[in-house]
Design a protein around this ligand. Structure first.
Ligand SMILES: Nc1ncnc2c1ncn2[C@@H]1O[C@H](COP(=O)(O)OP(=O)(O)OP(=O)(O)O)[C@@H](O)[C@H]1O
Ligand SMILES: [Mg+2]
Length: 372
């Protein structure tokens, strides 16, 4: 299995309506056997990135190496990369089984081994019953699994999976997610998986690359992304429900640090809850953006006061929407709590759960009392 290195890669599409700069100066390294998720909203450049690695789009700038060898100038078939496409791209005149074994035909694998691989893969993906059917006569979700299987049965240095389970219902997704992860690990597959779904990215990936507007925002483990978001974008993009964000004025005294948020509420903490370096930084930073995750904003005695707008039990957690000085904030709890709409509540948050961002740039200043 090979290491992938993407260095300063740009993708600029030229069209009559003007240029689209879809991927901007992308640096990304994937270790041998690592599973990486590319996560971002629609149009952020995920598919463009995969297509440049696979060779279906040229890079506008930069280089891509696999196992130390430059591949970005090679034709797709010479790159040793297997890709499952977002739009499946199965060959209509071939059956599902023939589609899945197509790329194995040119390998030196014995016929019996080829057949076994396709059969095992089809069983893993729950499409063994449609191997003799043609793509036009099966469902979108079945075509998608055939396309995924066609990529995974190959021996490749790198596997690129573009939204491989987007068409499947949640139950099947959850089952296949586990099986696919097991398969990728067992075969030590170096993999980049594109997804919109945070749960999928968290469950499958060793590291997640968060993209927005063609720019890599952060590349880190799922736990790091949650605990130490690099900027307001990843802070609010990762985590459900999304992080509550307030503009806040900072005031530092000898023994306390206080944040006065929009509407006048003041959150005050002993100075000892913040590192010396952070206190020095805050002394020079009068205004910040304060991020508090819903699961860290607890109902009970606290300085944040508001009125309950909605209280929802979701089966495994409660979300309470609270109007705080005209702004809606969300508090989430693992417990089943009930609060009447319109009732007064107060909320608190511990210093270790505060995320501080630069008010102008959105870049992280501190997480949990220490500098980012
Ligand atoms: N062939 C093309 N010509 C011109 N612009 C393109 C082309 N392909 C993609 N784009 C544009 O490049 C940007 C990135 O597109 P891309 O398909 O990489 O996004 P994506 O992250 O995969 O989105 P989605 O989640 O919707 O699949 C978009 O603005 C898109 O409109
Ligand atoms: Mg896409």
């Amino acid at each position: 299995m090979a290491e992938l290195n993407i260095t300063r890669v740009d993708k600029i599409y030229h069209s009559r309506k003007g240029d689209v700069h879809a991927v901007k100066a992308l640096d990304l390294a994937v270790k041998p056997g690592e599973i990486v998720a590319l996560l971002g909203s629609s149009g952020c450049g995920k598919t463009s990135t995969l297509r440049m690695i696979a060779g279906f789009e040229e890079v506008s700038n930069g280089s891509i190496t696999l196992g130390g060898k430059a591949i970005h100038t090679l034709p797709p078939a010479a790159r040793g990369v297997a890709m499952a496409f977002e739009a499946y791209s199965l060959y209509p005149p071939l059956t599902i089984g023939e589609n899945m074994s197509f790329a194995l035909k040119s390998s030196r694998l014995p016929q019996a081994e080829q057949e076994k691989r396709v059969k095992d893969m089809a069983e893993m993906l729950e499409i063994a019953d449609i191997l003799n059917k043609y793509p036009s006569s099966v469902s979108g979700g079945q075509q998608q699994r055939a396309s995924l299987g066609r990529a995974l049965v190959r021996d490749a240095g790198l596997y690129l999976l573009d939204e491989p389970m987007g068409q499947l219902e949640p139950q099947l997704r959850a089952v296949l997610r586990g099986r696919i992860k097991h398969y990728l690990r067992e075969h030590n597959c170096t993999t980049i998986l594109v997804t919109h779904d945070q749960t999928e990215a968290n469950a499958l990936a060793d590291r997640i690359a968060v993209m927005e507007g063609g720019i890599l925002q952060q590349y880190a483990t799922p736990a790091e992304l949650k605990a130490r978001p690099a900027n307001l974008f990843t802070g609010t993009f990762i985590g459900e429900p999304p992080m509550n964000v307030f503009a806040a004025d900072v005031s530092s005294a000898a023994d306390r640090v206080s944040f006065t948020v929009e509407g006048g509420t003041t959150l005050s903490y002993p100075a000892s809850d913040m590192s010396d370096a952070l206190r020095q930084r805050l002394a020079q930073t009068p205004r910040i953006s304060l991020g508090i995750r819903p699961h860290a904003l607890h109902l009970g005695d606290g300085p944040v006061r508001g009125k309950v707008m909605a209280c929802q039990w979701l089966g495994d957690q409660t979300h309470v929407a609270v109007d705080v000085a005209g702004r809606t904030v969300v508090s989430a709890s693992q417990e089943r709590v009930s609060r009447a709409t319109g009732s007064d509540v107060s909320l608190n948050v511990a210093a270790r759960d505060l995320h501080l961002f630069d008010h102008a740039s959105g870049n992280a200043i501190a997480h949990g009392g220490t500098l980012a």
